[in-house]
Write a new protein. Structure first.
Length: 511
């Protein structure tokens, strides 16, 4: 799908807003005003390489805001060559869609954090176009942040979690400027999926983010948070690929465009570090937020259980078949062996007898189902559930959902798989790669997407998506399906298997 953008001549008479840094001139599209590629921080290169983000400098005269900023350095994935663009180094930018740019409009604001395993992703991807979502009466903001080594490697001489610090800087920009776009700075909700959902969870635990948002939507929260020791060891392996020291000085001498390749090289042979890095070698995910004790003082589960973000409304959920898409990507869908299932159970299932307990809890499950269940539970389903439980137990208002509608674009073979919620939330059912899961948009898909968009919009506006809050007694959950229904949490067997598990920062294994 081709997204129509304003030309430079059209932008010359486009809508203007005044921000703290200067005047922006955007475009009008389908009844909305749109501003793209707005810098919220200085380019993190040169003297600012691996540093905390620095506020963007101002400019004189109207600045055109009709094109997306360049994505942060990253490897190409699924044919999307986003590693480098001709757009320069202004990776740290936001985009805004608003149905009413008047400073008195006071609309709720949704701020999207893209996912992608903390190594890929960009706000310019067509699946993240905010037009249909904004048309429902909210201001939509999407952002870029540093990824991979640039954003999440634990580097001597650099602050930890630079990608998260970028997100906080973007939220400060929203706080200071969104009124000019028609948004209410006191009704800001952050939302994200996968690594974006993990970022939302991290922001809930970060003192630096306190007060910057009133609501949070965490979709498919991954359970991967690293200890400093593990993250440092991974950085050393990446630096060794480049032949430099794992320090800010050593890595700063390497062009940013080369770093994703080094990270990919480490991921490609991650099995060799199984004895040191443990379960992350099952999924080839060498980057995640680091529980460094400063930027991120504790894991989200510990922080929320202790009352952090109790005043933030939380909407959280996962898909039913979280791992099936990864089985397809890994080439094992429909071909999982008994040995592969046994390895996954041994490495990922909770407790010393977790493998046995899984087999007993799912007596009719064969190797394929057991493999998918334990991977889905470890990576997304149980971390998401535990986040809801921690927030609710501490007195926070919490709403839980599970997407159970099957992806029709794959003849139902992928089920309600990871990422299927993204096109449904944005309403972009025929734009971007996740839309391939839907295929030709049907009336059913359009209706479900409209229902979900209305729920997310209501949550941003009022703090409730329209179904009962989650609590430890009833454990009510909204099933996102046709029709949507409310029921008790359906993954009861998995919940019981994981109820005593603590999602801690993953350690470096010293053997």
């Amino acid at each position: 799908m081709t997204i129509t953008r304003a030309t430079s001549s059209e932008a010359a008479c486009g809508p203007e807003v005044r921000t703290g840094a200067g005047v922006l001139r955007g475009s009008r599209e389908a009844g909305l005003v749109v501003f793209r590629g707005v810098p919220y921080a200085e380019p993190p290169v040169g003297a600012l390489r691996f540093a905390a983000p620095r506020r963007a400098r101002g400019w004189a005269g109207p600045r055109a805001a009709i094109s997306f900023g360049p994505p942060p350095p990253q490897p190409g994935f699924f044919g999307d060559e986003l590693a480098r663009t001709a757009g320069g180094d202004d990776w740290l930018s936001v985009n805004v869609w608003s149905p009413d740019p008047g400073p008195r409009a006071g609309l709720p604001v949704l701020v999207w954090i893209p996912g992608g395993a903390y190594v890929i992703g960009a706000s310019s991807l067509p699946e993240f176009d905010g037009g249909r979502l904004a048309a429902g009466g909210v201001v939509v903001v999407t952002l870029n942040y540093r990824l991979g080594i640039e954003g999440f490697a634990q580097i001597d001489g650099a602050p930890a979690n630079r990608g998260l610090l970028d997100q906080v800087a973007a939220l400060h920009w929203v706080r200071e400027n969104i009124r000019a776009f028609g948004g209410d700075p006191d009704r800001v909700t952050v939302f994200g999926e996968s690594a974006g959902g993990g970022s939302v969870a991290a922001l809930l635990a970060m003192p630096r983010a306190a007060g910057l948002f009133r609501g949070a939507v965490a979709q498919s929260v991954p359970g991967l948070f690293f200890s400093p020791e593990l993250a440092t060891d991974i950085t050393a392996a990446c630096a060794a690929e480049l032949g430099v020291q794992p320090t800010a000085a050593g890595l700063s001498a390497v062009d940013p465009g080369r770093l994703p390749g080094a990270a990919m090289a480490v991921s490609g042979k991650i099995d060799r570090w199984h004895d040191r890095w443990g379960p992350i070698t099952q999924r080839q995910m060498p980057f995640a937020p680091v529980v460094d004790g400063d930027v991120l003082p504790a894991t989200p589960w510990e922080a929320l259980a202790n009352g952090a973000a109790r005043d933030v409304d939380l909407l959280v959920g996962h898909t039913r078949d979280e791992h099936r898409l990864f089985s397809l990507i890994d080439g094992v869908l429909g071909q999982v062996t008994a040995g592969q299932a046994e390895t996954a159970l041994r490495v990922l299932a909770p407790g010393p007898d977790g493998a046995r307990r899984y087999r007993e809890s799912f007596p009719a499950a064969g190797p394929e189902e057991l493999y998918e269940l334990v991977n889905a539970d470890w990576l997304f389903r149980m971390p998401t559930l535990h986040l809801a439980q921690a927030h609710a137990a501490a007195g926070g208002r919490t709403h839980l959902y599970e997407l159970t509608w099957a992806a029709p674009g794959t003849d139902g073979g992928l089920g309600a798989c990871h990422g299927l919620d993204v096109p449904l939330v944005f309403g972009n059912l025929s734009a971007g790669q996740p839309a391939m899961l839907i295929g030709e948009p049907s009336a059913e898909a359009e209706a479900l997407s409209g229902w979900i968009r209305a729920a997310w919009t209501a949550f941003a506006a009022e703090g409730s998506p329209g179904w009962p809050p989650f609590d430890a007694e009833q454990r009510l959950v909204q099933l996102l399906d046709t029709p949507p229904t409310v029921t008790a949490y359906p993954e009861e067997a998995s919940r019981l298997l994981w109820q005593q598990h603590t999602f801690s920062a993953l350690p470096l294994i010293d053997r």
